[in-house]
Design a protein around this ligand. Sequence first.
Ligand code: GLY
Length: 301
Amino acid sequence: MHNQARLIVHGGAWSIPDEYVDAHLNGVGKALSEVFPKLQKGMSAMDGVEQAVNILEADPTFDAGRGAFLNEIGEVELDAIIMDGQTLAFGAVAALQNILHPVSVARKVMEKTEHTFLVGAGALSFALKMGFEELAPQALLTERELAFFDNIKNQKDFKTHHPFEFQPRDTVGAVAMDLQGNLAVATSTGGTARKLRGRVGDSPIAGAGAYADNELGAVSATGWGESIMKVILSKRVCDDFLHKEAMDAAKSSIKYLEERVKGLGGVIGINAKGDYAYAFNTKRMARGYVQNGELVLAIDH
Ligand code: GLY
């Protein structure tokens, strides 16, 4: 039994402009201040990461749930994963439409099916069977994203990784260690702007967008999914936790992402001893954690 739980969350690695900094820090702070006290009273790490990500999915500041980027035809398609470090069980969904909390559907995939990963129409049909509300497509759209989509939809030289360099949003994630010492991770995203219909990024891929193993640690990634998948970023950091200090493990994996595949992104994590880790090579990454009862929020390097 540990006497201190741990919780670290991120709201995306991007070049977040100054005018969006407060919204990012407020969103991350809300997730931490609502969920950490419950973890400290004995809530499981799995419940902790799901609840923290639910708060971020509902906040239109972030590219997850409400406020997600639109795909090439102006629709929202959501990806998410949740993973239990005690058993290595996970559930994931991808290209899920009209559901506010894909991470909770992912958890149902893990707990109520023989499978680990459902996509598209099948994921939606499963969510409805599990009692999730199907929203009208407009319910997840924001004016901001519609305006952004109008701006980029006909740009000839547009590449889906460009928004990582100039747009203020990305994926959300949470990593927790509960009082039993169990680790869990959850990651949720709307993917990249103007992505092809059916495109799936790193976020719901175990090892890439998230990984949790009580024996190693747990990590959630954010950033340009096509690069993150190539280096299986979250598992790489977890493996490095065995040989390196927590922060060094995060930093060296981000360096590898950059040098090996010119990748862009960031990670947050907790090693098996309960030390926090984070690193990113974008201009900013919204993040926060609770250390000795104090909320620590940051966005810059
Ligand atoms: N990291 C989010 C994505 O590329 O889909």
